[in-house]
Design a protein around this ligand. Structure first.
Ligand code: CTP
Ligand code: MG
Length: 220
C-alpha cells in the first residue's frame, strides 16, 4: 500500500498572532511545518504534499526538503486539503491528512492510523478523551446543561483515508464548504469513521501558550 501525506499549512495563524504564517513559526529553531512533515515521515509516509499560502511559496520551499511537493492552499482548510488531494500522485491508495500545526505528533500515532487503514477501514481518526466537565451555554454564557462526556472525544490529525473514498467525498462537497476536519467531509459522504488512540503530544499549536508548551516538550 502506498500512502501520500497531505499537510495543511496554508493558514495565517490569527490566534497565534505571530508576524509570519503559523506553519513557518519556529519551534526550537525549525518551522512548525518541517516538524510536521518529519512526523509523517517517521511514521512511514514517504510522499508528502504541503498546501501553503500562495504568496509564501518561496519561504516554504526554503523551510522544506526538495522532495516535498508544494501546492497553493485555499481560503479555508477544506479548500487547502482539496488542493493537496488534487496534486497527489495517482499511485497512492491511502491518504493521511495532517495539520502543520501539530509539530510533535509521535510516529506511533501515524502508525496506528496506517494500521487501521491496512485493516480495511476507509476512514480513521486519532482521538483523546474529554477530561473537563463539558457544558452547553446560552447566548449570554449561562449554563443550559452538562453534557455526559464519556462518549465525547477530541479529534486530532493525521486522519487516514482510503484515497478513493476521500476523493469521492470531496467531489460531493460544495466548492465553498468549510469543515474543520476531513472525517467530517467523508462522514457527509456516508463513509464510516473509526477511531484509534491519539496522543497529547500531537496537540495543535493554536494560541501562544501551545507554542510555549511545545518548546518545553522538545527541551525535555
Ligand atoms: N489551514 C490551511 N488553509 C487554510 C486554513 C488553515 O491549510 N485556509 C491549515 C493551517 O495551516 C493549520 C491547520 O489548517 O495547519 C489547522 O488550522 P488552524 O489551527 O485553524 O490554523 P490557522 O487557520 O492558520 O489559525 P487561525 O484559525 O488561528 O487563524
Ligand atoms: Mg483556522
Amino acid at each position: 500500500m502506498h500512502a501520500v501525506g497531505i499537510v495543511a499549512a496554508a493558514g495565517s495563524g490569527l490566534r497565534l498572532g505571530a508576524d509570519l504564517p503559523k506553519a513557518l513559526v519556529p519551534l526550537a529553531g525549525r518551522p512548525l511545518v518541517a516538524w510536521s512533515v518529519d512526523a509523517l515521515r517517521a511514521g512511514g509516509v514517504a510522499e508528502i504534499v504541503v498546501a501553503v499560502p500562495a504568496e509564501q511559496r518561496a519561504a516554504f520551499a526554503r523551510a522544506l526538503s526538495a522532495d516535498v511537493r508544494l501546492v497553493d492552499g485555499g481560503a479555508s482548510r477544506t479548500a487547502s486539503v482539496r488542493a493537496g488531494l488534487d496534486a497527489a500522485t495517482a499511485g497512492a491508495d491511502l491518504v493521511l491528512v495532517h495539520d502543520a500545526a501539530r509539530p510533535l505528533t509521535p510516529p506511533d500515532v501515524v502508525r496506528r492510523v496506517l494500521a487501521a487503514l491496512a485493516d480495511g477501514h476507509p476512514a480513521v481518526v486519532p482521538v483523546l478523551p474529554v477530561v473537563d466537565t463539558t457544558v452547553v451555554v446560552d447566548e449570554r454564557g449561562a449554563v443550559i446543561e452538562t453534557v455526559p462526556r464519556a462518549s465525547l472525544r477530541r479529534v486530532q490529525t493525521p486522519q487516514g483515508f482510503d484515497r478513493v473514498a476521500l476523493t469521492a467525498a470531496y467531489a460531493l462537497l460544495a466548492p465553498d464548504a468549510d469543515l474543520t476536519d476531513d472525517a467530517a467531509v467523508v462522514r457527509a459522504g456516508g463513509v464510516p469513521v473509526v477511531t484509534v488512540d491519539g496522543d497529547e503530544r500531537a496537540a495543535k499549536v493554536t494560541v501562544p501558550h501551545d507554542l510555549a508548551t511545545a518548546e518545553l516538550q522538545v527541551r525535555r
